[in-house]
Design a protein around this ligand. Structure first.
Ligand SMILES: Cc1cc2nc3c(=O)[nH]c(=O)nc-3n(C[C@H](O)[C@H](O)[C@H](O)COP(=O)(O)O)c2cc1C
Length: 150
């Protein structure tokens, strides 16, 4: 079964709320295994994943320190052909999600959807956008969807 891995960082819970909605959207697609974790575990789980969705708040115009550490380690594992996506909450400038999406693209992932950026606490509409993102990644991997696409 294809695997979607959602890794996120959050300090005050906003990106965490988004992450749970992304997972809910991914789980709404059948035939796909979904794992939701805080960033900082082993790189092995990225190797095993078919879809990788990364979420981080913006800290000083960049992703959080833990997320930057992960991004700088991405070059050490084979990622070509995987599907990726990015999201995150921010306060005023919100660079992190696009920086993450670019890093994933640079590593050969096929990034689906726009990076989802939410100012501060996600509202109902924001959470719906997060669910859509998770669903889009899962559908890109779902064997059923592939059959439909021919
Ligand atoms: C140390 C620190 C630096 C921050 N720097 C930025 C920044 O450069 N740009 C921005 O848009 N928001 C910045 N923020 C605001 C956070 O991105 C915002 O509060 C976000 O909602 C936090 O998400 P979280 O609840 O998932 O931690 C910063 C917050 C902290 C604590």
């Amino acid at each position: 079964m294809p695997k979607v891995l959602i890794l996120y960082d959050t300090r005050t819970g906003n990106t965490g709320r988004m992450a749970h909605a992304v997972a809910e959207g991914a789980r709404s697609v059948g035939g796909v295994e979904v794992a939701l974790k805080k960033v900082g575990g082993s790189l092995e789980e990225l190797v095993a994943a078919d879809g990788i969705i990364l979420g981080s708040p913006t800290h000083n115009t960049r992703p959080s320190q833990a997320m930057r550490r992960l991004l700088s380690n991405l070059g050490t594992i084979p990622l070509g052909g995987k599907v990726g996506a990015a999201f995150g909450s921010y306060g005023w400038s919100g660079e992190a999600p696009r920086i993450i999406a670019r890093a994933l693209r640079d590593r050969g992932l096929r990034v689906v959807g726009e990076a989802v950026r939410v100012r501060k606490t996600p509202n109902a509409n924001d959470l719906a956008r997060c669910r859509d993102l998770g669903r889009a990644v899962a559908e890109a991997l779902s064997p059923i969807e592939e059959e439909k696409g021919g």
